[in-house]
Design a protein around this ligand. Sequence first.
Ligand SMILES: [Zn+2]
Length: 207
Amino acid sequence: MEENNIFKMRRIALSLLYLSIIMFILGAIRVIFGIIGGLCISSFFYLSLVYWRCPTCTKGLPIRHSSIDKAIYCPYCGNKLINDTEEASSKNTIVLLILVIVFAIICTLYAKKEISKEDAIKANIIDSLKVQTLEILQGNEEVKKYIGASYEVISEPMELTIEDTYLMVIEGDKKDAWIWIIIDDNNEISQIKVSEDDKEIVIRVNN
Ligand SMILES: [Zn+2]
């Protein structure tokens, strides 16, 4: 192998390492970024173990960032690690760094867009759940008798950690009540429970 090739591979490997850190952070938003991060860090270890070696004695050099990254001579055999093409290689480092940054920016923008899309969908679901629930409550005589004919929402439907359940709180003429909205797989209301400490009214909704 040419002498400068070990440094070239080292730079590529380090770029992959830095990229993997960014991808792992973005992995919190989308699993795919975590997977890309996993591939990057695996490639980093692979390239480091295979190519980050002294070309003369073939001993492996430290994988962690160390003074060897700037060394000219092998710490084991003392032979030259580097040749005279350093100027060209520092230009390569900048190109690699720019590529890593551009890729990371694209991924971040994509993740951000995905988040706002999800938020919009969620807000839509909550809004339509609220409207539908109020309609259903209006049409239920038992509810009217219990909490009063008119009421207002004092807490918008909130997704609970219990799957497929939203909780809304309303303030009625007669009573305040907790409204449990249970949805099915298509985000359609399947059941509404109106409850207060002394009573619970269950309304089944047929879609
Ligand atoms: Zn050596």
